[in-house]
Design a protein around this ligand. Structure first.
Ligand SMILES: NC(=O)c1ccc[n+]([C@@H]2O[C@H](COP(=O)([O-])OP(=O)(O)OC[C@H]3O[C@@H](n4cnc5c(N)ncnc54)[C@H](O)[C@@H]3O)[C@@H](O)[C@H]2O)c1
Length: 261
């Protein structure tokens, strides 16, 4: 093996098993595709089971990808999905906690139910999936990447207090879990995306609550554009892979400089 090949090998997921939540759209789907490109077997887990199946068909990698229905907010559904994953591919090496939804909800008028659902999907979902992954990684190690948001650290002028608070919770989970599970060889990190062009964001832009400067509008970022999901997926791969073997508890901002502008 040349030195070039050895250097690149640390970014490979060859033979590894990865479960990605929310993998039927946007960043989750781009991450699934990239992980497959670098040799992983991938569980495409999503609330929209039909979209997950369509994603697996589209990825067209035979039995290296499988679709699984999951509602990350529901413990029984999470347990079922992780058990199905283990039966298909064996224990996990990588978990990407990516599932989330975003709706515009004004601070003064959002309902308590809306607040609670956001916490349930983003922060409880991360907690529930992390616990199942740790069970499967115990004894052999693994890597967990939690998808947070730059809005956990910096207001983005969306009236999305419930989302920002939930994502701050995700980062707290990352920091604590990194410390708690380091001795088991499990690394836990966050990626904090800036604005990305995804179906989820397009849907949000089309909804009715007024916004005054979303991060995905060109010019709001110092780089003058939003990210393509693949640019975020590469950061997820870095943290998931052995290339990041000494990184745990990190919160990696991938925001095109937005928070410095
Ligand atoms: N797009 C952005 O600008 C942006 C910015 C910062 C952070 N993020 C984060 O990146 C991640 C991906 O965002 P995206 O824009 O690709 O989203 P998206 O809306 O395009 O896709 C999200 C996927 O998650 C699934 N999902 C929703 N609720 C679920 C649940 N309860 N259980 C399982 N799956 C569920 C949806 O069906 C969908 O397939 C999210 O964590 C989001 O908060 C996105």
């Amino acid at each position: 093996m040349s030195r070039f090949d050895t250097a690149l090998a640390s970014f490979s997921l060859n033979g590894k098993v990865a479960l990605i939540t929310g993998a039927a759209s946007g960043l989750g789907k781009a991450t699934a595709e990239l992980f497959l490109d670098v040799g992983a077997r991938v569980v495409v887990a999503d609330l929209d089971g039909e979209a997950a199946k369509a994603t697996v068909e589209e990825l067209d990698v035979g039995d290296r990808a499988v679709a699984v229905h999951i509602d990350v907010a529901d413990e029984a559904a999470v347990k079922r999905a992780f058990a199905e994953s283990a039966t298909t591919f064996g224990p996990l090496d990588v978990l990407v906690n990516n599932a989330a939804y975003r709706n515009k909800a004004d601070t003064m008028s959002m309902s308590v139910e809306e607040w609670d659902r956001m916490q349930a999907v983003c922060s409880r979902g991360t907690f529930l999936c992390l616990r199942q992954a740790v069970e499967q990684m115990r004894g052999k190690g693994g890597s967990i990447v939690n998808i947070s948001s730059m809005s956990a650290q910096h207001p983005t002028i969306f009236p999305n207090m419930h989302y920002d608070a939930a994502k701050a919770g995700v980062d707290a989970i990352t920091r604590l879990a990194a410390v708690e599970f380091a001795k088991e060889g499990i690394r836990v990190n966050s990626v904090l995306p800036g604005g990305m062009t995804t179906p989820g964001v397009a849907k949000m832009h089309a909804s009715t609550v007024a916004i005054t400067g979303p991060a995905t509008i060109p010019g709001r970022s110092v780089m003058g554009r939003a990210a393509d999901p693949i640019e975020m997926a590469r950061a997820v791969l870095f943290l998931a892979s052995d290339a990041a073997s000494y990184i745990t508890g990190a919160e990696l901002l991938v925001d095109g400089g937005f928070t410095k502008g």
